[in-house]
Design a protein around this ligand. Structure first.
Ligand code: NZQ
Ligand code: ZN
Length: 392
């Protein structure tokens, strides 16, 4: 096991109706003037924003609002948010929504305290400080409620890039599973795919003897395989929603990845799809991740056999381990298909002729990237090609 620090300072406030307490949590973490940041309307329609406003009022906290965050959140709204926070003297940002809203809130939080262009942080500059952020989560997916990451798309050129810093970690995150009951099945499935992908990015490691994190990863994956079909069939199933919501946090606050090398190429390769086609991140991952697996499995066949047997219940074929590895990948893709995810370019709305442009934007040129298998531009091209034609 590699040396590591594990830092996850967020207070998670989990359970039914807990959003009614968000005013007191803002107060606890020092907020006196809040920016409520939200998305395209679901939080208003469900009545959630009304409850959040009521809770802030009850705690005597004043607030301003900025809605309109789009999935794959844009830099243009971040600039607006920074201006608004400065002119209104905002000292706390409350994100009410999913990963896109939270990531936009984090970008604003860092940008307000920075004299330069906030995009510097998404081009490699370290984030040292940010306004405190709180979260009321409405979709189990990105894990941004527990992560130190933020992913923003620069509208000019549709460049999707990430930034990461402990300064971006939320002070508190309210996780009420009932809030996810209004999600369309497609968004629920996109979220489930993203959660599983966050685990797989860490599961495929070159670090030896990391049994504890292997087993934690498998626990999250098995939970997702069991619970996702239950919520697709019965969207109001609170217990299944609760298991998925906590799985989404566990998958991405870092705990299942400590002490081991990680990969993250599937995320980088996917981000170019969601930047170019403005598709859901989870849908892009459903197309990319099994294709990446098919491309790299020979690097460590036994690790893929471990996934196949422990997560997807395959029988180990000792005479032909490759067959077991491939069966595991096949079952993963079939699972994604069964929950309504696209599995190839046509189903996603992507075009094979765009592959050279996607690879160029991925931007590794003559270099290589990735922690499990370091890929060249030619390798990335191959993965897009496998993804373009994938079938069951
Ligand atoms: O905008 P509204 O109207 O709220 O609708 C949203 C949006 O259309 C809807 N939605 C959310 N909660 C709902 C709901 N609809 C009905 N009922 C509810 N309770 O769902 C749609 C998608 O929302 P979004 O926030 O985009 O989803 P998600 O949480 O999957 O976030 C995706 C973004 O997170 C980034 C992705 O790249 C993408 O930009 N990621 C962020 C990470 C991080 N910060 O750690 C890591 C991830 O790997 C990921 O890259
Ligand atoms: Zn993701």
């Amino acid at each position: 096991m590699d040396n590591f620090n594990f830092y996850s300072p967020t207070e998670f406030v989990f359970g039914n109706d807990r959003e009614n307490e968000c005013g007191s949590y803002v107060k606890k973490y020092g907020g006196s003037k809040v920016l409520i940041h939200f998305g395209g309307g679901s939080a208003e329609r469900s009545g959630l924003l009304g409850r959040v406003r009521y809770s802030l009022n009850k705690s005597g906290i004043s607030f301003v609002e900025l809605g309109g965050v789009q999935p794959n959140p844009r830099d243009t709204l971040v600039y607006k948010g920074i201006d608004l926070c400065r002119s209104e003297g905002v000292d706390f940002i409350l994100a009410v929504g999913g990963g896109s809203v939270i990531d936009s809130a984090k970008a604003i939080a860092a940008g307000v305290l920075y004299d330069g262009d906030f995009w510097d942080f998404y081009s490699g500059k370290n984030i040292e400080k940010a306004l405190p952020v709180g979260v009321v989560l409405t979709i189990a997916a990105a894990g941004s409620e527990g992560s130190g990451d933020s992913v923003i798309t620069k509208e000019d050129g549709m460049l999707k890039r990430g930034a990461g810093s402990d300064a971006l970690r939320a002070r508190f995150s309210v996780l009420n599973p009932a809030l996810t009951q209004t999600l369309p099945a497609y968004q629920t499935a996109c979220g489930a795919t993203d959660i599983m992908a966050h685990v797989f990015e860490r599961y495929f490691t070159n670090t030896k003897e990391v049994e504890i994190t292997d087993r934690l990863c498998e626990a999250v994956l098995i939970t997702m395989v069991k619970e996702t079909p239950r919520v697709i069939a019965d969207p109001d199933n609170y217990e299944a929603r609760a298991n998925i919501m906590w799985a989404g946090m566990v998958a991405h606050n870092g705990i299942v990845g400590v002490g081991r090398s990680q990969d993250w190429n599937s995320h980088g390769i996917e981000h170019e799809l969601s930047a170019l086609y403005d598709c859901a991140h989870g849908a892009g991952l459903a197309v990319i991740m099994p294709s990446w697996m098919e491309f790299v499995y020979k690097h460590n066949v036994m690790r893929f056999c471990q996934m196949a047997t422990r997560v997807f219940g395959c029988q180990m074929n000792f005479e032909n381990p490759e067959a077991t590895a491939l069966e595991g990948i096949h079952r993963f893709r079939s699972f994604l298909h069964s929950i309504g995810m696209p599995i190839n370019f046509a189903e996603l709305g992507a075009k094979e002729e765009d592959i050279p442009a996607l690879v160029e934007k991925f931007g590794i040129g003559d270099g290589r990237t990735g922690g499990f298998v370091a890929l060249s531009s030619a390798d990335v091209t191959e993965i897009y090609k496998i993804a373009a034609k994938a079938s069951l």
